[in-house]
Each structure stands twice: as C-alpha cells, then as structure tokens.
Design a binder for this molecule. Structure first.
Ligand code: BDR
Ligand code: CA
Length: 320
C-alpha cells in the first residue's frame, strides 16, 4: 500500500477525498493536517475528525495547523461549503480531540520517521506545508512525491485567473513548489483543468446515501447531494477526491511536465499558476532571484467516469 499524508481544509470535497483515502485498500492514510481555507481551522479540524470517525479511522492522527495564510487575510468559502464547511447536514460533530501537536510538528514527526517515502496530498491552501519547509526543511526528505489539488493552467475559480487554494495563500504555494524543485521531489498538479471532470449525478448520490452501506456511504451521498442542490445542477464534482484518485490510479489522468510559477504580484492575476505551455525551447523569462523553473506534472485531461466510479465504489463499500 502507498503511505499517504493529507493536508486539508474540510470542506465538502475534502471530506469526499478523506473518505476515499481512509477507505481505499491501496492507500495507507498515515496522518492528516488541517489548515484554514474553506472554513476556519477549528471547524476544519472538527470536520476532519468527524469524517475519519465516520470512516472508522480513529487511528489516524489529525492535527490543527495554520489558521490564516502567510500574508493574505483568510477568505472562507462558506457559500460553497455551508456554514459548518460540510453542507450544514449535521455530520460535523465529534467528541474526538485533535492530536496535541501543531500540524507542522505532526508532519515533521511523521515524515522524519517514515520507513517508506510518503505521498503528500494537499487539497487546501499550502500554508502548513510552507511552514514545514521553512521550519523543518529536513522533513522534506521523507516526501516521495506531492500530488496537490490547486492551480489552473486555464481559468481560475476564486478569480478569473486564480484557483482558490493557490489564491488563498500564493506565497505558500510558491515556497512549496520551489522547495520541491530544489529537492527533486516530483509534483503532480491536479488543478481546475481536471477538477470539475469527475462528477457524480444527483441520482447516484441519492442511491449511495440510501444504499445501507453504512455511515460513510450515507455521508458521501449526502455531501454530493448537497452540492447538486446548492448549485441547482444534476451532477456535482467529487472535487478534491480526484487528487486522491490520481494517487490510486495515475493512468486516469494525462499529465505534461511543464514549468509552473505562481504569480505573487499582479492586480487581477495574483495567485495564478502560470503554466508555460509554449512548445518552443528557448530562453524563458529569468527569475531575478535566480531560481530554477519548477517543472510540475500538470494534469490536463482526466478520465472523468473512471475516477467517479473509483470514488463511488470505494465510499460505497466495494472498492475495486
Ligand atoms: C478547491 O477549493 C476548495 O473550495 C475545494 O475544497 C478545493 O480544494 C477548489 O478550488
Ligand atoms: Ca479543499
């Protein structure tokens, strides 16, 4: 099995991602760190603990991390995820306490003691990971690869230019991509170019919720049902869960290695991931600081049905 650490801002679709990571037999979910994003970090932590409890995974340590971005003010996404971040469906309750360590300390401990390289899957603003990079750079040696949800080669969602996770903390993403490039850690960007592809219909969500396969299936079905309701659509993306699918079944996406920079200035483009898709090889723009390009495997296409099915089967209790 593949050892995985997730960093989340749970979040309806982070919950979908956590359920998949917690329940798929090919993955070994080792720890989860929480960060402010879709909602504030205390609520994110509560939601994450609740989801893992529902998945029967109280063995997985969950730590509270950064409450706000490095420089920006926090902007939450309650209009997308509900007031409690999980669709206000009554699931965001738990008696469990988070790990006593700060998320950065938990990440450090897990990564420095790991017997095998860990796959890190951030589906949230990368504040915690950037703080880890700056505080305990040696911990990066424990990371085998990073598969993150964030960014967009084409259009954004938080703004026309920028995807929410990167927009929320652009400096953090820049720090992490630079550090990964320096350390030679392979990075896959599961961004908006594929994010909306894998989707579950209202009927599939209802069937899942009513399947009698236990609370995880019910929660999963209700979360997607909530998204369909909120956006008045017949289907909803499994969102962040697609990044976990990309770890389980990498052949479901096609990726291209491309230089990626994060726009840290810009009036209308701050937080944009500038993905250099030019097909010529010549002199590129030089970074005044002399840093090398971070070349990232950017997911540009996804087999949407394949990932939706992978998710449906796993949270429905019959993983393939
Ligand atoms: C990302 O932002 C959040 O709303 C989702 O959880 C996802 O991680 C999409 O831009
Ligand atoms: Ca998220």
């Amino acid at each position: 099995s593949i050892p995985v650490v997730m960093d989340v801002d749970t979040g309806v679709d982070d919950a979908c991602a956590l359920l998949l990571a917690a329940l798929h037999p090919q993955l070994r979910l080792v720890a989860v760190s929480c960060v402010g994003g879709n909602t504030d970090v205390d609520q994110v932590t509560r939601n994450t603990l609740a989801v893992l409890e529902i998945a029967g995974r109280t063995d997985v340590p969950v730590a509270r991390g950064a409450q706000r971005p490095l420089i920006e003010h926090a902007v939450h996404a309650r209009h997308v995820h509900g007031d409690d971040g999980m669709g206000d469906l009554g699931w965001a309750r738990t008696d469990r306490e988070p790990d006593a360590r700060h998320a950065v300390e938990l990440l450090r401990d897990v990564l420095t003691t790991a017997e095998e390289p860990i796959t890190l899957v951030p589906t949230a603003p990368m504040t915690n990971i950037a703080l880890l990079v700056r505080t305990y750079p040696e911990a990066l040696r424990g990371i085998g690869r990073i598969v993150f949800m964030g960014g967009a080669a084409r259009q954004g969602n938080a703004t026309a230019s920028a995807e929410f996770n990167v927009f929320h903390d652009p400096e953090a993403t820049a720090i992490v991509l630079d550090a990964a490039a320096e350390q030679g850690i392979p990075v896959t960007m599961y961004g908006l170019d594929v994010f909306y592809g894998p989707a579950v219909t209202r009927a599939e969500a209802a069937a899942l919720a009513a399947s009698g396969q236990g609370d995880a299936a019910r929660l999963a079905g209700e979360l997607v049902g909530f998204q369909c309701e909120r956006f008045g659509s017949e289907q909803a993306t499994i969102g962040d869960a697609g990044a976990v699918c990309a770890v389980i079944d990498p052949d479901g996406i096609s990726t291209t290695p491309l230089p990626v920079r994060v726009e840290l200035a810009g009036s209308w483009s701050r937080g944009r991931t500038i993905v250099d898709t030019r097909d010529w090889s010549g002199d590129r723009e030089h970074d005044p600081a002399g840093r090398a390009d971070a070349v990232v495997d950017v997911a540009l296409e996804v087999d949407a049905r394949r990932y939706a099915d992978l998710w449906l089967r796993t949270v429905g209790g019959t993983p393939a």
